[in-house]
Design a protein around this ligand. Structure first.
Ligand code: PLP
Length: 418
């Protein structure tokens, strides 16, 4: 038998373990691993249940992985880029912000769609929205700076903010319509507030923040900047911008508030989450623009991304007017929403993204998700999004799976006396 003894000087890392392998990962990482995503855990559980009951009898609504194929244009574009290949056109290192011609095309497309006036030097290509958020948070945060989010929110924000020793400040949910709770927001802004992250269309509610909400939010931010003589950045996390139903407009936030930075992603608009491609928009009007753009460029490099994937940059630049077939998600949304409401579930009808956020049928959302699992329904408890008492259903799945799952949702409702 081996005896492994590890010594460190720091008391909290001291480990003396007999007969066991000892791990020396950082304290911060130990905590993060422990709290690691419930959504991923659910995904693993789905695979386990499928092994027991058969894949067709397990209804996995846990993961926001697009079920709709990327548009044909993206496949054609990828092939074309490879065929067009000349030395240094693709595959090589580049400016850390990305190819200039790609950034120019993207800025023109945004200008065309939203009446803005950006250029290539307002765009930084990123490794998806996640990469973009990490780049911008690294760029602006000093330890202890506060970043405000509105519950319910994408749970990874906790990690992204903690990566740079920021403090997450959570605004409690407005469960009437899931527009942000602006009175609490105003009260919680302090001298230490450095940024506010908003995500519309929203994960997990599917709600689109209205133009009135955005204008009021911008007024509050302007008032508070003046009061504290500070700069507060508004970070618009927009991976679902293109997924809006019934012709509902998603306001383009740089038009409402000067210190806005937009993080966009092609993960959902073109169904390319594994390809890791997106961009940041940093307008000239943003306070300290010159330093900000230079710092974000360096952050992209030193976080280890170096630059966004080159082949994907070239491919998406050819597909800026393409979108996935939204009608497929819309059909899922209508079937699931109408059916669940008819069984007695409560839910704000989502206008965007591909999530439905239902009220759990008991106070404890985790217990409710467990009760649903007994019927092979995998849904994620709202606590993961800072909103206990609710559960998220991701409907980026096959229509046929929703049809098969409906009797199970109905049985759960009956169990709770609906
Ligand atoms: N922000 C939100 C609200 C998301 O839902 C996701 C992914 O699901 C991301 C960011 C990360 O997106 P990406 O795959 O582009 O990094």
């Amino acid at each position: 038998m081996h005896t492994i003894v590890c010594y460190t000087l720091q008391q909290n890392l001291t480990m003396v373990m007999l007969g066991k392998r000892c791990t020396m990962i950082s304290e911060k990482m130990s905590g993060l691993v422990k709290n690691s995503s419930v959504i991923r855990a659910m995904f693993e559980e789905g695979k386990r249940l499928a092994g027991i009951y058969g894949a067709e009898n397990v209804y996995d609504f846990s993961l926001g992985n697009p079920s709709v194929e990327p548009p044909i244009e993206i496949k054609d574009a990828l092939l074309a880029v490879i065929k067009e290949e000349k030395p240094n056109l693709v595959h090589g290192y580049m400016n850390n912000s990305g190819y200039e011609d790609v950034r120019e095309k993207i800025s023109e497309s945004i200008n065309h769609n939203f009446g803005t006036s950006f250029h290539s030097d307002n765009i930084i290509m990123t490794v998806g929205a996640a990469g973009g958020l990490n780049v911008i948070l690294k760029t602006i945060l000093n330890p202890g700076d506060e970043v405000i989010v509105f519950a319910p929110f994408f749970g990874e924000y906790r990690n992204y903010v903690s990566n740079f020793d920021g403090q997450l400040v959570i605004i409690s949910p407005n469960t009437i319509d899931f527009q942000p709770n602006l009175s609490e927001f105003e009260q919680k802004i302090t001298r230490k507030t450095k940024a506010v992250i908003i995500n519309t269309p929203n994960n997990p509610t599917g709600v689109i923040y209205s133009e009135n909400t955005i204008m009021e939010l911008a007024n509050i931010l302007n008032r508070k900047q003046k009061e504290y003589e500070s700069t507060i950045y508004l970070i618009a996390d927009e991976p679902y911008r293109e997924l809006a139903y019934d012709g509902v407009e998603v306001p383009y936030l740089t038009k409402y508030y000067n210190n806005t930075i937009v993080g966009y992603s092609f993960s959902k608009s073109l169904s390319l989450p594994g390809e890791r491609i997106g961009y940041l928009v940093i307008p000239k009007e943003v306070e300290d623009y010159e330093n900000m753009i230079a710092a974000a460029n360096v952050a992209n490099r030193i976080l280890g991304y170096v630059n966004a994937p080159s082949l994907m940059q070239r491919a998406v630049a050819k597909c800026l007017d393409s979108k996935v077939d939204l009608e497929i998600y819309n059909r899922n949304r209508e079937l699931l929403y109408n059916s669940l409401v008819s069984y007695g579930y409560q839910c704000v009808k989502p206008q965007g993204a591909f999530y439905l956020f239902i009220k759990a049928l008991e106070e404890d959302d985790k217990a409710f998700a467990e009760a649903a699992k007994k019927h092979n329904l995998l849904i994620v408890s709202g606590s993961a999004f800072g909103c206990p008492g609710y559960c998220r259903i991701a409907y980026c799945v096959d229509y046929a799976m929703i049809e098969r799952a409906l009797p199970a949702f109905q049985k759960v409702a009956k169990e709770y006396g609906l």
